[in-house]
Design a protein around this ligand. Structure first.
Ligand SMILES: Cc1cc2nc3c(=O)[nH]c(=O)nc-3n(C[C@H](O)[C@H](O)[C@H](O)COP(=O)(O)OP(=O)(O)OC[C@H]3O[C@@H](n4cnc5c(N)ncnc54)[C@H](O)[C@@H]3O)c2cc1C
Length: 422
């Protein structure tokens, strides 16, 4: 294959689930040139669910495909470009972000990672046939209400399996739990285990794993194999909930952004990953609740973060690191009186140099990432001196005399403190 095509965007979003689509809506409304890359199906995991009953605004519920198509339509309205392709590689550097697909290399000022995750499956016989809407579910919060009066099976004995299984007893007639361990051993916390063992609606199949799934259009039976005796026992069930783990789609980003022990991406509340210009949102990040409502909320925060980051880096490149004059950059805080008092003095100094010096004033709290680009933890009243776009000197807590002394070393035509400021 020849050389790959090269394209440039303000923002590239990886993943077209609820988080990626919400981020796209915010980027589109901010008029950022934005591309969203999706490898399988626009809408993400939520397209696999029949009814979403807990997304605000739809009191009668809405199907996953319908809801995510609305998200997609709204993002299209704001001019987002979409491509169905699998991202194969990424490279994040301080000054550049590169995303590679089969045919193209994209260069982006901001990357938003919204690749979500996937539930871990048992890989037992016929499992594929019944996944999602056909009887095998991975989400009690989503599908519990549909289990009213039914017999359900839960696979697993970790915190999620036992806590979600206990929650399901509020709806289901009977909850049968397949546990791989000897009675009464489980992988969950003791409180959940004791509550489950005491729950009259829960029963346990100890030392078992799934041998196969059976049914017609939908699941009818789960065959459990006893690991000690080898015996296979059929259980007639309406739904089977698998809680044997959830895996984030983060293989691409290993070693490139910070991750938790379980390989979820770690972000702060602003969805920043710690790599400048790289955000992560939705199920892919380490967090407490993985639902559509939290994914879109993350996406909104990431979209706004992208807009702010681009505005600040544009200012940084064009204004602050300008090469025409000697730069005088002043960081102040709107809530710090002494740093505000120095502001008019800074302006006087700039005009005293008669066009040789360019002053840029930065409010520390409103320009967070810009301050980071200048050097982490800058204090109010920090002064930077730049020549040809390079920072040559940084000083904290300056006065007029010392600022002029420093500028005089840099300009062609120095000024006299006494003459200029009588
Ligand atoms: C069966 C089921 C039922 C659910 N029901 C509900 C419910 O009723 N209510 C609710 O609120 N939540 C529900 N959820 C949870 C909800 O679907 C998720 O929380 C939500 O979809 C997360 O959105 P996301 O955008 O973060 O990730 P995802 O929806 O997982 O989207 C990520 C997208 O990224 C794409 N992607 C991954 N890697 C790449 C790559 N390398 N290149 C390009 N694209 C890539 C994927 O193909 C995917 O489309 C359910 C989940 C499941 C599994």
């Amino acid at each position: 294959m020849g050389e790959k095509k090269k394209e440039h965007y303000d923002v590239v979003i990886i993943g077209g689930g609820p988080a990626g689509l919400a981020a796209a809506i915010y980027c589109g409304r901010a008029h950022l040139d934005t591309l969203l890359l999706e490898k399988t199906m626009m809408g993400g995991l939520a397209t696999n669910t029949n009814t979403i009953e807990n997304y605000p605004g739809f009191p009668e519920g809405i199907t996953g495909p319908e809801l995510t198509e609305l998200f997609h339509r709204q993002a299209r309205k704001f001019g987002i470009k979409f491509k169905m392709t699998d991202v194969k590689d990424v490279e994040f550097r301080c000054d550049s972000r590169r995303i590679e697909t089969f045919r193209t290399v994209y260069d982006a000022r901001v990357v938003i990672i919204a690749t979500g995750g996937r539930p871990r499956v048992t890989r037992a016989q016929n499992e594929e046939k019944f996944l999602y809407n056909r009887g095998i579910s991975f989400c009690a919060t989503c599908d519990a209400a549909a289990s009213e009066g039914k017999t359900v099976m839960v696979i697993g004995s970790g915190d999620s399996a036992i806590e979600e299984g206990t929650y399901l007893t509020r709806f289901a007639r009977e909850v049968i739990v397949s546990v791989i361990h000897d009675e009464p051993q489980m992988d969950c916390n003791e409180t959940a285990r004791d509550a489950a063992l005491a729950n009259p609606k829960m029963s346990f199949a100890w030392n078992t794993i799934v041998d196969s799934f059976e049914g017609g259009e939908t699941l009818e039976r789960v065959n459990l194999k006893n690991l000690k005796s080898g015996e296979v026992t059929p259980y007639e069930v309406d739904t089977c909930f698998e809680f044997i783990g959830y895996e984030p789609n983060t293989e691409l980003f290993l070693g490139k952004v910070e991750m938790s022990r379980r390989n979820y991406i770690i972000t702060n509340e602003a969805m920043e990953t710690g790599i400048p210009g790289v955000f992560a949102c939705g199920d892919v990040r380490e967090k407490n609740l993985r639902q559509v409502v939290t994914a879109v909320s993350d996406g909104a925060v990431a979209g706004v973060g992208a807009e702010k980051y681009i505005a600040e880096s544009t200012r940084f490149e064009r204004d602050i690191l300008q090469k025409e004059k000697i730069g005088l950059i002043y960081i102040y805080s709107a809530i710090d009186a002494p740093s505000q008092e120095l502001l008019p003095i800074m302006r006087e100094v700039e005009s005293a140099y008669g066009g040789q010096v360019k002053l840029s004033v930065i409010d520390q709290y409103r320009n967070h990432s810009l301050c980071e680009q200048l050097g982490c933890d800058v204090e109010p009243m920090t002064v930077f001196y730049t020549v040809d776009g390079e920072i040559v000197e940084t000083r904290a807590r300056c006065d007029r005399k010392s600022i002029i002394a420093q500028l005089n070393k840099l300009v062609d035509d120095p000024v006299d403190v006494v003459e200029s400021f009588p």
